[in-house]
Design a protein around this ligand. Structure first.
Ligand code: EPU
Length: 340
């Protein structure tokens, strides 16, 4: 375990924000937690737990210890005729895991290809895209208590998964460190393609549904994401900055009368989910910038660092957008990204 003092976090967040942390540590075994707790200069400082920093916006230096977890072992823990239970270290890169499972011809993660971040963060954030969410395959999450290093395990039903959220993003923030996540995947004969997301279905029309492999979905998703979302390697960003708002039916009825072309998705509970990107684009923010903070010209839901933005510049732009969308549509856009 290596402890660095006064370290820049710029390489560790996809927004490329240049803030510092008092100490930076990577943990790769359970006993590292106890070792850190006995280090007098670190013991009393707060911990900030991070994955790959792909859903975080830093607005100030971290006055404590930034902890990243690099547990990286993957093992099959159970198997039956149709399924594989794969236990994966929290530090594994999410896309590497997806690519590995697709290579084995397993089903379950292919719709979630090309999402930045780590396996640990996939459970915290319940990542989702193209009609799938991490919670569809997660069966267990193993964590370590950051005060005493003890293991605490959660079954799926205990994780309180929701739209881009979980127990680990709510009451256990910076209290539990995700150690391993178990996924239940289907073997090639037992799975089937998830084509509920219309543009994905359209992109795969040239292949007969019965011939589709998880690899085909994987490739189509990568192509869609590359076409629609700016690459954080070349333009700092954290994917969707806002959540898609969910509104009650009577308010939806009013809005759709005024804006008959408004895209929408009716949910099982009768409410409606509307793409935040649509509101932002209608309010003329797409491609705009304020100083070094901008709205992607590729996708209105993605705020970008034009090079040297501070976290606060991006927050100020987000607030302008929130106020404007609220004034024009009566909708308040909640943040998806975590502001620190
Ligand atoms: N749209 C616009 N302008 C734009 C982009 C989109 O008006 O610039 C409208 C279009 O009508 C489009 C609709 O928004 O049909 C939906 O756009 P898209 O399919 O790109 O999905 P999204 O709702 O904007 C969500 C997730 C993404 C995920 C995609 C695909 C949230 C907050 N975002 O975006 O997740 O990749 O669906 O499933 O739920 C992320 O969480 O970081 C993320 C990228």
């Amino acid at each position: 375990m290596h402890i660095q003092a006064n370290c820049s976090l710029r390489p560790y967040n996809t927004f490329n924000i240049d803030v510092k942390t008092r100490y930076y540590v990577e943990i790769n075994k359970q006993s590292d937690i106890l070792v850190l707790r006995t280090d007098l200069k670190l013991a009393s400082l707060p911990w900030q737990i991070m994955g790959d920093g792909s859903n975080i916006l830093f607005t100030k230096d971290v006055e404590g210890v930034t902890v990243r977890c690099s547990f990286n072992k993957t093992k099959v823990v159970k198997e039956d005729q149709d399924s594989i239970w794969l236990s994966v270290g929290a530090g594994v890169k999410w896309h590497d895991l997806v690519a590995y499972t697709v290579k084995q011809n397993w089903w379950g993660l292919e719709n979630l290809a090309w999402i930045p971040g780590t396996v640990g963060a996939s459970a915290v954030q319940n990542i989702g895209a193209y009609g799938a969410e991490a919670q569809d395959t997660i069966t267990r999450v193993q964590t370590l208590n950051i005060y005493d290093g003890q293991r605490v395990e959660f079954r799926h039903a205990e994780c309180n998964f929701g739209y881009r959220t979980s127990l680990f993003k709510q009451e256990y923030t910076n209290k539990l460190l995700i150690h391993r996540v178990t996924f239940r995947l289907r073997k090639s004969h037992a799975g089937k393609p998830n084509l509920v997301y219309e543009p994905l279905k359209q992109a795969l029309l040239h292949i007969a549904k019965d011939d589709l492999k998880s690899q085909d979905i994987f490739e189509a998703v990568i192509a869609l994401r590359q076409e629609r979302l700016p690459d954080p390697k070349t333009q700092g960003n954290a994917g969707s900055f806002f959540k898609n708002p969910i509104i009650e039916a009577p308010y939806f009825d009013d809005l759709i009368q005024e804006h008959p072309n408004m895209p929408h998705h009716k949910m099982l509970d009768g409410r409606y989910k509307i793409p935040a990107a649509w509101f932002i684009e209608q309010a003329q923010w797409k491609g705009q910038h304020r100083g070094q903070a901008g709205v992607s010209a590729k996708h209105a839901l993605v705020l970008i660092n034009l090079g040297h933005a501070t976290g606060n510049e991006i927050v100020e732009l987000a607030q302008l957008i929130q106020a404007d969308v609220n004034q024009k549509f009566g909708i308040y856009l909640n943040l998806e990204v975590i502001i620190l």
